[in-house]
Design a protein around this ligand. Sequence first.
Ligand code: ADP
Ligand code: MG
Length: 707
Amino acid sequence: MSEKEYYNVADIFGENVFNDAVMQERLPKKVYKKLHEVMEEGRELDLETADVIAHEMKEWAIEKGATHYTHWFQPLTGVTAEKHDSFITSPMPNGKVLMSFSGKELIKGEPDASSFPSGGLRATFEARGYTAWDCTSPAFVRQDAAGATLCIPTAFCSYTGEALDQKTPLLRSMEAINEQALRLLRLFGNTTSKKVTPSVGPEQEYFLVDKQKYLQRKDLIFTGRTLFGAMPPKGQEMDDHYFGAIRERVAAYMRDVNKELWKLGVSAKTQHNEVAPAQHELAPIYAECNVAVDHNQLTMETLKKVAGRHGLRCLLHEKPFAGVNGSGKHNNWSITTDDGINLLDPGATPHENIQFLLVLTCILKAIDEHAALLRASAADVGNDHRLGANEAPPAILSVYLGEQLGDVLSQLISTGTATHSLSGEKLETGVKTLPDFLKDATDRNRTSPFAFTGNKFEFRMVGSKASIAQPNIVLNTIVAEAFSDACDILEKADDFELAVHDLIKTYANEHQRVVFNGNGYSDEWVDEAERRGLPNIKSMVDAIPAYTAPESVAAFEKFNVFTKKELESRVEIEYETYAKTINIEARAMIDIAGKQIIPAVIKYTANLAGSINSVKAACADADVSAQAELLKESSSLLAEAKAALTKLAEVTEAGSAMEEGRDQAVYYRDVVKGAMDALRAPVDKLEMIVDKELWPMPSYGDLIFEV
Ligand code: ADP
Ligand code: MG
């Protein structure tokens, strides 16, 4: 993009999306209406209608330069998958080709499923898998070096109908919360809202490093994070990067990212520097849950793709640099009706808002009863480095309500009714020319994993690289279950008013232990949480079993989100992913230490020894104690590193020979990771001693301060 190219965002926003405006313009009225019925009422699309839509979609895409189409889906590999087909048909007798795209091709695809993880749901000889069009998330044309491609968001299932992806259970969970929330609204006399949808706005953190430096770091190339690296003299202690002015190179990059995203209809809204040097954040305006999930995948793809054009590399790993804050994703979540009511909006006087108080206490119940499951939904190999490391919330789930709601809850618990709500005071700056304004009734708390922020909850445990599908599947399902439990009781009540007050009070009492408004990073909280009996699940390996715990299976099966078999398959995939990821990290370390670091240290020690000899030869009584000391120190660290390398190679080999499953994952966590740490320690010390010219890769300082 040229420096001088300025444009009006409104002109380009969504220009590559087959959105509602385009459909309304291009589709025959009848077809447009039918599609809307399918989208809104969840009916099935007939082939005749699909044919018309497919034809128009193709014509539109070809005008945008598209040559291919793809069913764009999210298998359980963590990234999106696509198989491209061109629009051309077999050549006609005159040698020309026609471009075609049928309704059948639009609504159903058939990628070979055998190369995607299925966790034993499907043997390789039963490789059939299907992708099905998710018409609630619009198709789009992606333009890049590969040309232009029509991308059709789809769900991905096995031949027998089991979900092999993130989208299928996500859509099922959205149906669950829709139904149960409507039940609840009807109890409060709402007869007008027709649909309830979870809204999601994910804030995405990422790092940018220089591409040339990245290419000299095999650890970054193979694993997305540094496996060695001494701390630079300056870290993030000055906090001077956070919200600092954005450097020009980075600003140019962000500008390009925004443009790409806007064309795809992703409403990238906020951008700023984050706490760590070289760390940044991008947040969109919230959207319907499944669209937000798709958009977040697109955002991650775009962040990576555009980086190359600016001589940069984007790191989405949760912990690219040890000792420096890692990256996460804040999943902002609320529930809204089709006629614009946000069920999480407390209003000015929450104590009088009985519907809100019921919704709120239902959510407390859901989080308390399924804390381990929600924790598991944020489990990711990279995220193990963050949770509980004083930069992200601890691995303990608690809910922050803030002063105002916290006070209402206390009233409910102590007296059974809430009679008043604290209100925000006036903020006086003491400067006449600055306006005084009303403060929010509640301050922010950055240390809570699940914080109420005005009219939404912010789930802050999610890792930066992970799909946000999983956490939202869990949130939608457990809240649907809590609503359902409440409705079961209230629908039978003779006196609704009385029953609902009783229920709010009961839930508030029973689940108050999950509410915590203090500092989530403190050690006291860890102890306090233990006293309260809240689970503190420190690693992914220990988090995984929550998926198949009886209470999880019951909730998922009740709302047809997952069958037990699907859950078991996901558990299997997670263990495999864990072991495979650590295995790759260990092997990368072995490679780098053996081929790059040890040879560099040998060269350094040889230089030192040579220097001692030549100095002595030139001046027999010269003091060479400094060289001798360095030689002793580096040689002993070298010996330590070599021994650790041998050990790591041994344990990694034993690990890869194990059968896949929980035992293997536990072994990688307990044995292989320890051996990795043992190798890293002497190497990082050596980095501080060895001549910079000889050190085979850019340092942390080079990577994070020179972008
Ligand atoms: P923060 O101050 O927490 O960093 P940001 O502006 O970076 O806030 O991000 C807040 C995110 O929450 C945005 O993506 C925003 O669109 C989203 N959001 C705002 N209101 C809602 C809501 N009602 N439901 C879901 N997400 C919301
Ligand atoms: Mg933010």
